[in-house]
Design a protein around this ligand. Structure first.
Ligand SMILES: Cc1cc2nc3c(=O)[nH]c(=O)nc-3n(C[C@H](O)[C@H](O)[C@H](O)COP(=O)(O)OP(=O)(O)OC[C@H]3O[C@@H](n4cnc5c(N)ncnc54)[C@H](O)[C@@H]3O)c2cc1C
Ligand SMILES: *[C@@H]1O[C@H](CO)[C@@H](O)[C@H](O)[C@H]1NC(C)=O
Ligand SMILES: *[C@@H]1O[C@H](CO)[C@@H](O)[C@H](O)[C@H]1NC(C)=O
Ligand SMILES: *[C@@H]1O[C@H](CO)[C@@H](O)[C@H](O)[C@H]1NC(C)=O
Length: 504
């Protein structure tokens, strides 16, 4: 009797055990193939993090219609290469820092430059070589606003930095709102709803400081004024911190390095559409896959995937991808992107244009501007090539003219070039649809576009920057992994800061 009972228990345990195993096995079966669309910093880091999460057996295909690097690109001028898109990286951008270290790349410090702020007639503020002179000038003109700005940015950065711990502990978020809310609570949500102008006025900043210091920073970083949302405004102000850096040889080397180390297969082609297909399995039953259509120079192609990650803005002017037969439908988003033209000019600035008639001491090499409709450009700054020249070349060019980078909303006309420069002998231009045209209150597009389709660039509507794309890419890799394996406890958790304190 006892034996029989023992046998029955054993049999029952066996049944439950095998049932469980069956269910778990179905859930735990790894995906075969993942597609990533776009090989900018968002897509290349997504491939890298997907490889980390899903292991070495999954096939990762990375589609790119242009150059690896996307908005990280250099232009060639007279044998030198210059950053034409995303150029500076903040010292606390930890994903970018880690990539550079792991890929064995080196850091390039930007050349020291003195900043001048021009209002269309005159310089309203000019930095000096003398630290103490700068302090006195700042205090004299703006009181404690500079200090206050430093603290305002610091407060935001403190909260923002929580993302690295959350991601280290494998936590992910299903929307950009929940990600930002987990970092900065209502403070971050409110920042997305108001202009940076409003946000700073509420925080007690003077109008003069907003017009003469904040506006120029927004113009140089986003080619837009202080009507952009408070969150991207704070990110942009963080870009005035010291210790900014870039990558020796070009920031795009991070992307090529990540693609290589992710062992993703790079497919040079344009993804045109995708739809969901039901396919029979060899073992019986069916599986739902996404079918991607793409165009290459060799003709059209079709491929099937378990998971799709989109790492390019879904905006008709930028990526025009059609989502066929989805219910509810997936739209490309109507958000417009700001056109920014980067013009590189090898020549001599026309100092009298800047109200500095001879004899005049013209020391500034980074000219920012206030919001004057008369101005046809938003900034002019001296730049150096992404690779240090050899010493003989350097000594040759030491005395020669500088290369200037001009940002403007429209291409510069010949007359405008002649006005800005006394003389010039080489000009090179790169036109971008650069970043969203921000207009708060900002509504974030979804991160989960469909069951297993994820959208990295949702985060750009909060703020566009290299690190933002990398953070979103890691979030998407974690999210895709947790959702595939049913680990709901790692998604959208509240009070993570408190919880992680006790976990340590
Ligand atoms: C002028 C300028 C200055 C900037 N300055 C800075 C800065 O100093 N610091 C900073 O952090 N950020 C800066 N940024 C922002 C930063 O460059 C971007 O936020 C970041 O590079 C975006 O990367 P991404 O991978 O998300 O998108 P992208 O780099 O745009 O990558 C998307 C990729 O997808 C490809 N693609 C698109 N559609 C398809 C398709 N249908 N099929 C296949 N491939 C497709 C594109 O060719 C592209 O390569 C700047 C941007 C610009 C334009
Ligand atoms: C921001 O605005 C949206 C409407 O655009 C609103 O639903 C939301 O509650 C607002 N959030 C905050 C924190 O003000
Ligand atoms: C987007 O693609 C569709 C179909 O492929 C095409 O008809 C349309 O003209 C494209 N739009 C743009 C702006 O390129
Ligand atoms: C320089 O700027 C002045 C003042 O705007 C302008 O009159 C002049 O034509 C410009 N060009 C040169 C080559 O001096």
């Amino acid at each position: 009797m006892k034996q029989l009972a023992g046998l029955m228990v054993a049999f029952w345990l066996f049944l439950v055990g095998s049932l469980r195993a069956g269910v778990a096995q179905e859930l735990r079966f790894p995906p075969n193939r993942i597609a990533v669309v776009g090989a900018g910093i968002g897509g290349s880091s997504a491939a890298y993090f997907l490889r980390q999460k899903f292991g070495k057996h999954v096939q990762i295909d990375l589609f790119e219609k242009g150059e690896v690097g996307g908005r990280l690109a250099t232009v060639d001028m007279e044998g030198g290469q210059y950053e034409a898109g995303g150029s500076v990286i903040h010292p606390l951008n930890l994903h970018m820092k880690t990539f550079v270290k792991e890929l064995g790349l080196s850091v390039r410090a930007p050349s020291d430059s003195l900043v001048g702020i021009h209002n269309g007639e005159d310089f309203v503020f000019q930095e000096s070589h003398w630290f103490i002179v700068n302090i006195v000038k700042m205090l004299w003109r703006y009181g404690l606003n500079f200090l206050r700005m430093y603290m305002w940015v610091e407060d935001m950065l403190d909260k923002f930095m929580r993302i690295y711990r959350y991601q280290t502990f494998d936590y992910s978020f299903s929307t950009t709102e929940s990600l930002l809310h987990a970092l900065g609570g209502n403070d971050f949500m409110t920042k997305l709803n108001v202009t940076v102008d409003e946000a700073l006025q509420r925080a007690g900043f003077s109008q003069k400081f907003i017009d003469e210091i904040v506006t120029p920073a927004m113009r140089v970083n986003y080619n837009q004024g202080v009507k952009i949302n408070g969150f991207v405004g704070a990110v942009s102000l963080a870009g005035t911190d010291s210790g900014l850096w870039s990558v020796e040889g070009g920031n795009k080397l991070v992307c090529t390095g990540l693609v290589y180390s992710s062992k993703a297969q790079l497919i040079q082609g344009t993804v045109t559409s995708m739809q969901e297909k039901v396919r029979p399995l060899k073992s019986g039953g069916t599986v739902k896959l996404y079918e991607l259509s793409y165009e290459t120079s060799a003709g059209p192609g079709l491929e099937m995937y378990d998971i799709v990650v989109i790492a390019t803005p879904l905006n008709k002017d930028v990526s025009n991808i059609s989502f066929l037969g989805f219910n509810p439908p997936i739209h490309t988003f109507s958000k417009r992107y700001q056109q920014t033209v980067a013009t590189f000019v090898h020549g001599q600035l026309n100092s009298s244009f800047f109200g500095c008639s001879s004899p005049c001491r013209f020391e500034v090499s980074e000219i920012l501007t206030t919001d004057n409709p008369k101005l046809f450009f938003s900034s002019v700054g001296a730049v150096s090539p992404v690779k240090a020249k050899s010493e003989s070349e350097a000594s040759q060019s030491a005395e020669s003219l500088k290369v200037w980078k001009v940002f403007s909303p429209e291409p510069l006309t010949k007359d405008q070039l002649d006005l800005l420069f006394k003389s010039h002998h080489a000009v090179s231009e790169k036109k971008w649809l650069a970043y969203p045209l921000y207009s708060p209150p900002e509504k974030m597009p979804p991160v989960i576009l469909h069951d297993r389709i994820y959208y990295v660039n949702s985060i750009e509507l909060a703020a566009s920057a290299m690190e933002m794309s990398a953070i979103s890419a890691k979030n998407v890799a974690l999210l895709a992994h947790h959702r595939w394996y049913g680990k709901d406890g790692q998604i959208d958790q509240e009070d993570l800061t408190e919880r992680l304190k006790s976990e340590l």
